[in-house]
Design a protein around this ligand. Sequence first.
Ligand code: LMR
Length: 400
Amino acid sequence: MFQSARPGPPDPMFTLKKLADGDTSPNKVDLGIGVYRNEQAGYHELEAIKQAKKILDARNPGHDYEVTVGNPTFLKHATQLIFGSSSKVFQDKKVASVQTISGTGANHIGALFLSRSAEFSGKTVYIGIPAWGNYDPIFSLVGLEIAKYKYYDIEHGVYFPEMLQLVKSAPAKSILILQSCCHNPTGADLTKDQWDQLADAFKENDVLPFFDIAYQGLGAGIDEDAYGIRRFAELGLEFVVAQSFAKNFGLYGERAGVLHIIGKDEENARNIGDQLRCLVRWEFSSSPAYGSRLVTIILDDAGLTKIWRDELDTMKERLLYNRRTLYNAVVNELKVPGNWEVITSTTGLFCILPITPQQCVLLRERHHIHLPESGRINVAGLNKSNFDYVAKALQDVVGN
Ligand code: LMR
């Protein structure tokens, strides 16, 4: 019956995680998968989450189904985080929001909605190179065409004029994926001025912006990281936002996310929302409740919200400190040849080091330092006990 089944394409990120998790060397440094690591290189549970868990436990809401599209209070807070608390699109009821299986699920339901719409069925999705490896399969799975454009390389940085030109010249109803902050895998984000220019270009052209925001608060700050999205909303554009709570609440395994689609007006948003309700019901009926309940408890309480925001700031500052310390060790102390500016000129969890795939393999095999062959590192995996070790290993593989 199923003889045609063949192995699927490998998943570099989770293959790498398995290798790193299985490495028992005391020297192991995991700079691979995008998880915020603490100083002990482990999973970091936020204090706000610890407190929210206790509150949830005391409330004991049981395990009944959640509303198909998600708890309204959760969705209200999620929307305000993205668009700002006094956002006009929210007040004008132009946003359709549904809970999803984290950011990946938000991308998927968004892609599915577009592929089933009369306007976007069979249209082309433009993905920058390099990008998060899951965009390709998510968008091609639903029958949308994939096209690539060059977003960034280490020597040049972001190819912004080319990106702008693409928005101006792409066929009508093309879709362009945009990462709002902490670009994965490069850490190279657009400036405010570039977001303004891009928003103007989208306003003039019939191309759909599809935002992905998985690291809000870990780049420049909660509001700053949503600058592009808020600018597009201000200009009255219609667009899609895939939001994840995995990284900024440390809820990786709980799969809490939201898909927002901004429609033309209230009636349009209501219809979009009803289509999304159907897609959620047909695919997974209703979203997991645990993670979204924790997020709701935090964002519904001013005290807990403050604790969470402060923690997020501390995490953000630590990422900056890790970048500066690695840069200092590689450039000022060891004087490793190469241009390492990228370590401090980018933001968020990631940057791509100027090393070859072979050197990445050597780092793993010789030094137990785990990173994908693209050279992307998760700077949260660095800590006081491994800065020097990593810098010396880089010196070794670059020198040899
Ligand atoms: C990553 O890029 O490491 C994370 O976003 C995890 C994933 O889903 O690939």
